[in-house]
Ligand binder design. Structure first.
Ligand code: SAM
Length: 232
């Protein structure tokens, strides 16, 4: 519709245009963006690109790469933003489920801020907003697939970097990386405001939270991390 609103979001010189109804990059995106461990010449996969901030940021720093999302509208948004930022020749945008669009390829850096909010079965929906947030009953459904499959899509010494809500279990995440053959490390940690949809699911989150990270009552904040797993 002609009178639909458009949001503009600016970060480190990137201008990200987000149509009304689509997701503006939030705290997790910015944490990942601020701690992207780019090395010279890295070919980058922005997995679950949303509006494309991570891939475009890397491209603006001279990297080539691929940005994927399972939601076709997100891919369109990323494509438009790559053009807007003058990097359409460096970011190839594809639509599909996790690594399916890059089958047979390998990257130096896979960067992702995947959906990971623990979601009781009666809160599961299939719209774009839910696909951006919901991580299955314990929050790990998408993350587990990413950690398990990433080594196949990493070059030697390649790195998987991803965001994590601390209440999913930091030790648990490090152990999962080790089990996948990736050398784990914490790149960044900060206290962020407790996510709004998490507030509505507090009892559920407590019931699946293994490491007792959530304090009693109504936590105002929770730790958010950027983790890295490096292939040999
Ligand atoms: C939390 S948003 C992050 C978006 C963007 N990377 C950012 O940081 O602003 C998660 C993104 O993952 C996408 N996504 C969810 N499930 C996916 C899947 N199975 N394969 C690929 N992308 C997926 C969603 O559509 C959404 O764009």
């Amino acid at each position: 519709m002609a009178d639909d609103a458009i949001h503009f979001f600016q970060f480190q010189g990137c201008l990200i245009r987000v149509p009304s109804g689509a997701l503006v990059p939030k705290f997790g995106s910015l944490l990942l963006a601020r701690h992207l461990p780019l090395r010279e010449g890295d070919v980058v996969l922005d997995l679950g690109a949303g509006a494309g901030l991570i891939g475009i940021l890397a491209a603006r720093r001279g990297h080539r790469g691929v940005a994927t999302d399972v939601v076709a509208g997100c891919s369109e948004c990323t494509r438009a933003n790559a053009l807007l930022n003058g990097v359409a020749d460096r970011v190839e945008v594809r639509t599909g489920d996790l690594f399916a669009p890059v089958n047979g390829e390998a990257f130096d850096l896979i960067a992702t801020n995947p959906p990971q909010m623990p979601t009781p079965p009666d809160r599961e929906w299939n719209d774009a907003q839910s696909r951006a947030d919901n991580g299955g009953p314990d929050g790990w459904v998408i993350l587990d697939r990413i950690i398990h499959e990433a080594p196949k899509y990493l070059k030697p010494q390649g790195r998987l970097v991803f965001t994590l809500f601390g209440f999913l279990g930091i030790e648990r995440a490090l152990e999962k990386l080790r089990a996948a053959g990736l050398d784990p490390r914490v790149l960044a940690r900060e206290e962020q405001s407790f996510p709004r949809i998490g507030r509505e699911r507090l009892d559920h989150i407590r019931s699946v939270n293994g490491e007792g990270i959530l304090p009693p009552g109504r936590p105002a904040t929770c730790p958010r991390l950027v983790l890295c797993g490096q292939k040999e």
